[in-house]
Design a binder for this molecule. Structure first.
Ligand SMILES: *[C@@H]1O[C@H](CO)[C@@H](O)[C@H](O)[C@H]1NC(C)=O
Ligand SMILES: *[C@@H]1O[C@H](CO)[C@@H](O)[C@H](O)[C@H]1NC(C)=O
Ligand SMILES: *[C@@H]1O[C@H](CO)[C@@H](O)[C@H](O)[C@H]1NC(C)=O
Ligand SMILES: *[C@@H]1O[C@H](CO)[C@@H](O)[C@H](O)[C@H]1NC(C)=O
Ligand SMILES: *[C@@H]1O[C@H](CO)[C@@H](O)[C@H](O)[C@H]1NC(C)=O
Ligand SMILES: [Cu+2]
Length: 795
């Protein structure tokens, strides 16, 4: 290394040697971020409530006692042969994560009905197995918990339809990779100096140059466990974390064949639209007077996400805010994470991989949804350079729950929101994300109901309850909301903001037409089109588990009615046509909304004899949520078959609890859970149905995405809304409103529901939390993540 002493490094944490997660934890690890700790002025659920859940939260992740017992158990388990990660090499077995193995629905239902006690608790244990010739990531189940004499460990296979409990680990050793890069890369720093005006070298222990370069994984290829990957140079930016929009036009292809670093090599280079078979070929070419250089994509004020300067005059006046003088109107049992509001009640659980889920949602005592939660979040890119050409990121492997960070009151949620925390057990330690979930009521800027006649105007406020979390996955922050409305409607909504993962703009591109994959947005920067597809599971139990999926068409027809003149031309009109979905299937949102999709209970009728149901409909946002545009993605293989349709109707099975599995992307051709096999022709009339639906969008960033994508245009949602479920609109007896008699003589207001009749005293902090007073809490995720073990050191 001495001869390269002046070489800088900068292989940032962004380099993830797992081909689907490279979502760059770079910002996290680079800054060891501090987190906001809320002061007493923020309501913390644990401090307020005497409200008690009628049942135990059987979906709650392991408590500290269970996790400690499990940790002891696995380290003393001869079969696992675990080595402490701090001392381990890639030839040892390392514990990756501990979490709850969610109980089977069958067992939960009998508990909820009161037939049995709570289901036995089991833990899921994930191990990186290095002692065997082939490196694997292996799943086990341990239970019952807490640990007693009768606790056993078993291979965990039943939740996968591959018949396996493991995937091959293409990158068993981060250390080996770092060592290899240390030895190899200084040899090519002359190339980055010449083309990017920046040296590469290798740092360890956090040494970093101001104009250092990051490396980010782009397209990756796995062949039977052999990993080949393109890496692209990015410029660092420690001030704005803008490295995502500072791609450089230089790419290298690296072959990490087998576990033996002796077999690893740089295979190929790519610069400004031209391929080079080796570093020496590129060096030769550089000497030629005809060599075409691309402009540098350099940092500057344009990447800053804030403008602290004097702006538009209007911004010196603070904007309107919501306040909650009457206190919250919902109740929380913080021990069980059980929430009750206006006839709704439900449980909340967290998982380190997929974040929040809601369970056993009832409305006025009727079951509506047994479970709703994120399954996987995919971002699939396209482009004509090796960085974006085959890039697909699946975020649950990057821990969407663990990266639900502390929320910022007054910004993420109203100042008056109630906050919940979550604890995760990973890599042998535990980490609590305090205040990472917020719950609040909000009154919309539009009413829920209004009607005006000559005599009266009648109008009702639209107040709803939101359960919110934000998962930061590298470049994007995903805000996920579960929203409850007074009529029994439930909405699931996703919004994203952050840096786009941009492409280098090259005049020499291989594109066959202008703007084939995006738009030029800076000197040497182009947007890269990508599809966001976030898959959610909703286990609807509409007034019980015996449900049928109906498609009710709104169709044109031609008819002659009895009351019409027999000789008249037939009348062109429209009517409703009801069809049952008889077999498991995938569906798209129909054009012109020409069909209603609904789940009904044929054994449960309302007062008018109509089947009670819940309609599933695209909600509010940028049009109908989209599915993946690519057909048979080369990158995804069979790992994300759920991405190809808007929604899917299948049947509840204890052996198919999830559509996706974080480890799927490591063996895409033979994933642990192949969703394609869920849709097997089985009959689904009067059955316990599961609907999987996708949120997301075709994201075609433009100049307005620089520096950051904005939330209002990135939003998509799906709503579940009662359909003949009640005898009339159930919002009437829980809403606030007024009826005003019109006319000069009478003009009288009659209110229904509570209202403010006196002024309220406010503290400034009710309007604007004083964030400068919050403690910052360092929450280093370093030892939390086995992924970290696969990343180069030095951050
Ligand atoms: C985390 O891991 C590093 C390196 O393995 C070690 O030095 C450090 O002590 C660990 N920290 C904790 C809190 O375990
Ligand atoms: C247990 O792991 C060690 C390496 O950590 C290895 O040397 C040993 O052979 C393993 N034992 C068994 C039984 O696999
Ligand atoms: C769930 O059911 C499956 C299949 O019936 C069984 O193998 C498994 O052990 C059960 N899981 C738990 C956590 O009880
Ligand atoms: C992986 O690479 C090694 C070394 O070249 C080779 O022996 C092996 O067959 C490769 N595996 C596959 C499945 O291509
Ligand atoms: C996608 O895969 C299906 C099933 O294998 C096949 O029928 C179809 O032709 C493929 N389409 C494309 C564009 O590759
Ligand atoms: Cu996007």
């Amino acid at each position: 290394m001495a001869s390269h002493a002046k070489s800088w490094i900068a292989i940032s944490a962004a380099i993830f040697f797992l081909w689907c997660i490279f979502l760059a934890l770079a910002p996290f690890l680079r800054h060891l971020d501090s987190y906001l700790q809320f002061l007493a002025s923020t309501r913390n659920a644990a401090e307020i409530s005497v409200f008690e859940s009628p049942k135990q939260n059987v979906w709650a992740d392991l408590d500290q006692n269970e996790a400690d017992g499990l940790l002891k158990f696995v380290f003393s388990c001869a079969e696992l042969n675990l080595t402490n990660a701090a001392k381990a090499t890639s030839r040892d077995n390392i514990l990756l994560q501990l979490e709850l193995l969610r109980p089977n629905k069958t067992d939960v239902l009998s508990y909820l009905k009161g037939d049995t006690g709570p289901p036995k608790r089991w833990g899921r244990v994930v191990v990186a197995q290095g002692v065997t010739e082939e490196a694997l990531v292996v799943n086990y189940m341990v239970g019952p918990l807490p640990i007693t004499e009768s606790t056993t460990i078993k291979s965990l296979e039943y939740i996968f339809n591959s018949g396996r409990n493991y995937v091959h680990n293409p990158v068993p050793s981060r250390d080996d990779m770092v060592r290899w890069l240390l030895e190899t890369w200084p040899d090519v720093s002359d190339i980055t100096q010449a083309l990017l005006d920046s040296l590469i070298g290798m740092i360890q222990g956090g040494l970093k140059g101001p104009d250092g370069l990051d490396l980010q994984i782009g397209s990756m290829y796995l062949e039977g466990g052999n990993l080949t990957t393109w890496v692209q140079f990015y410029r660092q930016d420690s001030l704005s974390d803008a490295s995502w929009i500072l791609p450089q036009g230089l790419h290298m292809k690296i072959d990490f064949k087998t576990r033996d670093p002796k077999n690893w090599k740089i295979l190929q280079w790519y610069y400004n639209g031209i391929n080079y078979a080796s570093a020496s070929e590129l060096r030769e070419s550089l000497k030629s007077p005809n060599f075409q250089r691309a402009p540098l994509n350099l940092n500057g004020p344009w990447t800053k996400t804030e403008d602290f300067g004097k702006g538009h005059p209007g911004r010196e006046i603070p904007p309107p805010v919501m306040i909650q003088p009457g206190g919250p109107r919902f109740e929380i049992d913080p021990k069980e994470n059980f929430i009750s509001w206006m006839g709704f009640d439900f449980f909340v659980s967290t998982s380190q991989e997929w974040g929040l889920s809601l369970h056993n949602i009832n409305f006025d005592g009727d079951s509506v949804i047994f479970e709703v939660g994120l399954q996987e979040a995919l971002a699939h890119y396209a482009g004509d350079d090796p960085g974006k050409g085959g890039l697909a990121a699946m975020d649950t492997l990057g821990y969407m729950g663990i990266y639900q960070r502390n929320l910022v009151p007054g910004y993420d949620c109203p100042a008056y929101a109630t906050y919940l925390s979550a604890t995760y057990h990973n890599g042998g330690t535990s980490l609590t994300r305090s205040n990472s979930i917020c719950v609040f009521e909000y009154t919309a800027d539009h009413v829920l109901q209004r009607h005006t006649s000559e005599e009266h105007v009648s109008i009702s406020k639209n107040t709803y309850l939101v359960v919110r979390s934000v998962s930061t996955m590298g470049n994007y922050d995903f805000t996920i909301d579960y929203i409850f409305y007074l009529d029994g409607t439930i909405e699931v909504k996703v919004r994203a903001s952050g840096f786009i993962w941009a492409a280098f703009y090259s005049a020499n591109s291989e594109s066959t037409q202008a703007n084939e994959y995006g738009y030029r947005v800076h000197e040497a920067l182009a947007t890269s089109m990508h599809d966001h597809v976030l898959n959610f599971k909703v286990d609807l139990d509409v007034a019980g588990t015996s449900n049928t999926f109906l498609r009710v068409g709104v169709e044109p027809t031609t008819k002659t009615y009895s009351w019409e003149d027999k000789s008249s031309t037939p009348r062109n009109t429209m009517h409703l046509v009801e069809r049952k979905v008889e077999k498991k299937t995938g569906l798209n949102w129909p054009s012109n909304s020409r069909e209603m999709y609904m789940v009904v209970n044929e054994g449960s009728k309302n007062a008018w004899g109509e089947k009670r149901g819940y309609r599933i409909t695209p909600g509010t946002g940028m049009g109908a949520p989209s599915h993946l545009s690519i057909v048979n993605s080369t990158t995804l293989g069979r790992s994300a078959k759920w991405a190809y349709k808007d929604l899917w109707v299948v049947k509840q099975k204890d052996t198919e609890p999830r559509s996706a599995e974080p480890l799927n992307c490591i063996e895409p051709q033979d994933p642990l859970v192949d969703f394609g096999r869920f849709v097997d022709g089985e009959q689904i009339v009067d059955e316990d149905l599961i609907v999987y639906f996708n949120l997301g969008s075709h994201h075609i960033p433009h100049s307005g995405d620089i520096p950051n994508t904005l939330m209002h245009t990135s939003a998509s949602s799906v709503m579940f809304t009662p359909f003949n479920f009640h005898d009339h609109d159930p919002s009437r007896n829980r809403v606030q409103g007024v009826k005003i008699d019109q006319g000069s003589e009478r003009s009288k207001a009659r209110y229904f529901g509570g209202r403010y009749s006196e002024g309220v005293r406010l503290k400034a902090s009710d309007l604007e939390p004083d964030l400068s007073k919050y403690n910052t809490e360092q929450q280093d995720a370093r030892n939390m993540s086995w992924i970290y073990n696969l990343m180069p050191a030095g951050n």
